[in-house]
Design a protein around this ligand. Structure first.
Ligand SMILES: [Zn+2]
Length: 559
């Protein structure tokens, strides 16, 4: 077995337009000569190299958005991406045109072939310029948000750095944090509207060029969703509205009464535990060390993987100026190792983000031996099962990260936050369906759309005098809406599955972990509902699946 690599040693050759074209020609020549196995092997190697390089370039930019060098490299990669896609689609088309489909499925995997069939309907050379423009607009959004310099509590922080203040037990401080956040969005509201307006027009235009009536079917295909449709998602949103919205409303009302507030305002929602949200035992270094003890207790595979990730430098979780916001996991498929990016801010979110991204990373690592690059990551709703389930599966050992005295309170908080997330998550999804069904809507009409849906799924929301979200601007703080259209319902579907793992782990932690590790090893080798069934879980699209886990959660919270 080769040693786990070191991040600092990673370097991947920079591809060129001519190089990509030559590689594609060679692969197409193999296919034309009937050498399908050789073509697949060569293509897989080439895609891994390209992906590894692109991941590293984008990661370097996220690590330092102010670096001119990193920015230039990212712009080069963004310009090359549609060209790489064009070659990739040409190879997929050539493979799919082969007369012997059974032989192709035997060599490449049945699900991979299904994915390629979906992929070839999402691209045409005619939309190359739009794809490049889409990437640029997305990057402009990221840069704009990363530029925030907000003064609070005697410090200057970015938007991620506001989080500790936004959930401080001091109500006045929480209000000030939200006032600063939404002041920033109001100040840049016109620019943010302009970016989104262009993105919607661009995406609608691409869809029309490809022969779709609007962006929705194209959006689903770009997410590689092969086993459910917008109508299934719409039914799921209704389930959330029926079973979760009233429960979250009751939980918030209990909190309001316990704290003796006349009204529960928007800035009160983040204070989930009336005694103050449990905090991590310490900063970055303490958490990183305590996490090793936690994984050591849980599972030897998780423990060994985490030790290697840490020693190899594959974790960047400290918040610093100029670093892009948020958290994500990326990977370098040529070497098989993932990378975790986050912005620790001293709150319980650090634990949530860390265990979440570790779930993604562990899945990717466990899947590294699967036959083709298409299987290394599943589609996103399946991928979020791995991440969100690890958030729940670490709960029994969470005392190591928050202190034993606060462990039970942390578990309750996580459960309550998860339930409250569901209505918000489906609202983000519903909003995007309306946006892309009405591509000609004006920015002000989009704000109205959001506000109307928000009142439906989260009727408790009370913004007080926070003018920007009151007008319907809250969605602009959600990067997925800008950068990854329709990638959001995924979290809510996965949460329904993660809650099932949670229920299972309360009965038998060892068995739940075994099922979890096995699911991680299956990576993206099957579509969502097949993966769910393979882990002994019930599909969220099945009537009653959501209701059952929500009832269990409610019972635990009432106890
Ligand atoms: Zn995730």
């Amino acid at each position: 077995m080769t040693a786990f690599p070191r991040f600092a040693d990673l370097a991947f050759p920079t591809p060129t337009e001519a190089g990509l074209a030559a590689a594609a020609r060679a692969i197409l020549a193999h296919i034309a000569a009937g050498e399908v196995e050789a073509a697949l092997a060569e293509w897989d190697r080439q895609r891994r190299d390209y992906e590894s390089w692109a991941s590293l370039v984008h990661l370097h930019f996220s690590q330092d958005t102010a670096s001119a060098e990193a920015k230039a490299a990212r712009e080069y990669a963004d310009a090359l991406a549609p060209i790489a896609t064009e070659h990739e689609v040409a190879v997929k088309r050539a493979l799919l045109a082969l007369p012997d489909r059974v032989a192709l499925e035997r060599l490449a995997g049945r699900h991979a072939v299904l994915l390629w069939e979906t992929d070839i309907t999402t691209f045409d050379p005619a939309i190359k310029a739009e794809l490049e423009e889409e990437a640029k607009l997305g990057a402009r959004y990221t840069e704009l948000l990363a530029s925030a310099k907000l003064e609070i509590g005697g410090q200057v922080v970015n938007l991620s750095g506001l989080a500790p203040f936004a959930e401080d037990p001091d109500r006045e401080l929480r209000y000030r944090a939200e006032a600063l956040r939404w002041g920033f969005f109001a100040e840049h509201g016109a620019a943010l509207d302009e970016i989104y307006d262009q993105l919607v027009a661009l995406r609608h235009g691409m869809a029309v060029k490809l022969g779709y009536r609007d962006y929705i079917p194209l959006g689903y295909r770009r997410m590689r969703r092969t086993d459910y449709k917008p109508a299934d998602v719409a039914r799921y949103r209704e389930e959330v509205l029926r079973h979760v919205t009233p429960l979250v409303g009751r939980l918030l009302e209990q909190r309001r009464q316990r704290l003796g507030w006349d009204r529960l305002r928007f800035w009160d929602e983040a204070l989930i535990d009336p005694a103050g949200n449990p905090q991590p035992i310490g900063g970055h270094d303490e958490l990183v060390a305590a996490a090793q003890a936690m994984f050591d207790r849980m599972d030897p595979r998780l423990a060994a993987f985490y030790r290697n990730m840490e020693a190899g430098g594959f974790l960047d979780m400290k918040n610093r100026p100029g670093k892009a916001g948020g958290g994500f996991c990326t990977s370098f498929p040529s070497v098989g190792t993932p990378f975790i990016f986050a912005n620790f801010n001293g709150t319980h979110h650090d634990i949530g983000v860390f265990t979440h991204e570790m779930g993604h990373a562990f899945q990717n690592w466990e899947s590294r031996g699967l036959p083709g690059i298409d299987y290394l990551w599943p589609t996103m709703e399946s991928a979020e099962i791995h991440s969100m389930s690890l958030e729940f599966l670490t709960l029994p050992q969470i005392g190591l990260l928050v202190g034993e005295a606060a462990a039970e309170r942390f578990r309750r908080m996580h459960l309550e936050a998860s339930l409250a997330f569901l209505p918000y998550g489906v609202c983000v999804d519903h909003f995007q369906h309306e946006v892309y069904a009405n591509p000609g809507a004006l920015p002000a009409e989009r704000q109205e759309m959001w506000r109307r849906l928000e009142k439906r799924y989260m009727p408790w929301t009370d913004y007080g005098d926070l003018a920007w979200p009151e007008k319907g601007g809250r969605w602009q703080a959600k990067p997925h809406i800008y950068r990854s259209p329709f990638y959001y319902i995924d979290y809510t579907l996965a949460l329904c599955c993660a809650l099932q793992f949670w229920v299972k782990s309360r009965q038998d932690q060892r068995a739940a972990l075994a099922d979890y590790v096995a699911l991680c090893g299956r990576g993206g080798s099957a579509p969502f509902q097949a993966l769910v069934a393979s882990a002994g879980l019930i599909s969220p699209f099945q009537p009653g699946a959501l209701e059952a886990v929500v009832r269990e959660a409610e019972a635990v919270l009432a106890g």
